[in-house]
Ligand binder design. Structure first.
Ligand SMILES: [Zn+2]
Length: 352
């Protein structure tokens, strides 16, 4: 687990060049079409302006178009990962348009960056990223190409989800020589619903700062989300309570926050080190540990090699449990709450 941050940095260095060299073949969007949509209102306005000189009339119309466009345009919110996008939709409702970069079944360490991401970021009012280096391998070059001052770190339009959150498993041996200056801790924090509440609050604050006219709307949606999570926490906690203290195996170290929240131990991994594929000798050790501790479940994610988990399950009598960090990564999980519902019920069923 201590190696997890080194892994994230290592991966970043390996993949950064892939995206840095991409040719920029991106076009700027125009807001003209949006303005055209309001041409009906423009006609009625002309009748009221009477004898105004044509140049002043045009100038006024342009001003009105711009005002209408900005008053009615939805905020453009870009999220790096589907969990942040789900929270943004909870808070922003119909006042925002959300674009999400990673697919829910995609490995968040290795997202396939597409030129459309840069286009989205260039016109974004708000960018939500994890802020804990999970996206380090692919986000920085995209941000650089987007050149959008509104979403720079420190601006109201930038939400770094991890801000104010105490990350787990922060490495103690950070050295500059290893390039570990940003080794912040395990970045898979969204599986803890209490952390998700804090992130939702960040998002509500950012949307309110960027769009003060709708601040009360965002705040009300946050309160509703908070109440939902608080109620659900009772339910989820009760469902997993019978298994408190049990050990569970995972393919990758994605679940320390989930484990911590629900009183489980998810400290044994099929990967010998984060990001390193399972080796026969490591799997033999895991199988021995699982037999000794009577471990009943192996958590895998959509982008992992499920066959390896199945082999270990066959050797130990454990069950393979399909998990996802992201809403949409499993059937029937199109929002954050449904995702946690599904994770809790799947794990409880496997541990019975
Ligand atoms: Zn990871």
């Amino acid at each position: 687990m201590k190696n997890s941050n080194a892994f994230h940095l290592h991966v970043a260095a390996a993949v950064a060049n892939r995206f840095g060299r991409r040719p920029s073949r991106l076009s700027r969007r125009t807001r003209f079409q949006r303005a055209q949509a309001h041409s009906g209102q423009a006609r009625s306005l002309r009748t009221r302006t009477g004898k105004m000189p044509i140049s002043r009339l045009l100038a006024s119309l342009l001003f009105v178009f711009a005002a209408l466009a900005s008053a009615q345009a939805k905020l453009k919110v870009v999220a790096t990962l589907p969990d942040f996008a789900s929270l943004a939709r909870e808070i922003g409702g119909d006042k925002i348009d959300v674009t999400v970069m990673a697919k829910p079944t995609e490995d968040p360490h290795f997202v396939d960056a597409r030129p459309s991401f840069v286009v989205s970021m260039r016109s974004a009012d708000v960018l939500i990223d994890g802020g804990a280096e999970l996206e380090l391998g692919w986000l920085p070059p995209l941000l650089q190409n987007a050149r959008n001052p509104k979403i720079e770190i420190g601006k109201p339009g930038r939400v770094q989800a991890s801000q104010g959150i105490r990350l787990m498993n922060v490495p103690t041996n950070v050295t500059r020589a290893a390039g570990d200056v940003h080794a912040l801790g395990n970045p898979h924090f969204m599986s803890d619903p209490i952390i998700a509440k804090a992130v939702a609050q960040h998002i509500a604050q950012a949307l309110s700062a960027v769009d003060p006219a709708n601040a009360a709307f965002y705040e009300a949606n946050y309160k509703r989300f908070e109440a939902t999570i608080n109620a659900k926490l009772q339910e989820w906690g009760a469902a997993l309570l019978p298994f408190k203290g049990q050990n569970v195996v995972a393919y990758h170290d994605s679940w320390p926050y989930f484990a911590h929240r629900f009183g489980l131990n998810i400290d044994i991994f099929l990967e010998p080190k984060p990001g390193i594929p399972p080796s026969p000798s490591h799997l033999a050790e895991v199988i021995a540990q699982m037999k000794a501790q009577k471990i009943k479940a192996i958590i895998v994610e959509p982008f992992h090699d499920r066959k390896i988990a199945e082999k270990v399950a066959n050797a130990t009598g454990a069950k393979v449990v399909d998990f996802s960090q992201f809403p949409g990564g499993l059937p029937g999980t199109d929002n954050y709450v449904k995702l946690i519902d599904t994770l809790v019920s799947r794990l409880a069923a496997a541990l019975k």
